[in-house]
Design a protein around this ligand. Sequence first.
Ligand code: K1U
Ligand code: ZN
Length: 137
Amino acid sequence: MALLPILEFPDDRLRTVAKPVERIDADLQRLIDDMFETMYAAPGVGLAATQIDYHFQLIVIDVSEEKNERLVLINPRIVETEGSQTCQEGCLSVPTIFADVTRAERVVAEALDRNGELRRIDASGLLAVCIQHEMDH
Ligand code: K1U
Ligand code: ZN
């Protein structure tokens, strides 16, 4: 596995609009493993592929205390939202800056997992914040 460089503001590549992933193969699964290693080392609770200069709709997340609940979202879509919450957010691409952001309290997202299976994720609290933050990338 490998640690990948994370793009930092004001790098213009962070503004690139990510395209849908078209093929899930061994190369992509290796990249997903590298993204988890990079995210854990940072340390962070999420990482979007855009942040490592790969401009496809791919996100990794682990908000668990024990760092053992890996979530992979490929081509994610938010299909339901409910309520609102304000949370102080950081960003690995904007180090040292934290800001209050208001987002939905609960989201239901549909995405492909690392094997290309369609998953429905019903998230609230930090996981909901993280999904919304990473999709903004
Ligand atoms: O996308 C990123 O830049 C990752 C970012 C995501 C995020 C932060 C805060 C709320 C929602 C989503 C981070 O992971 S910043 C680091 C961080 O918040 C953290 C790091 C270690 C433990 C707990 C949180
Ligand atoms: Zn971020």
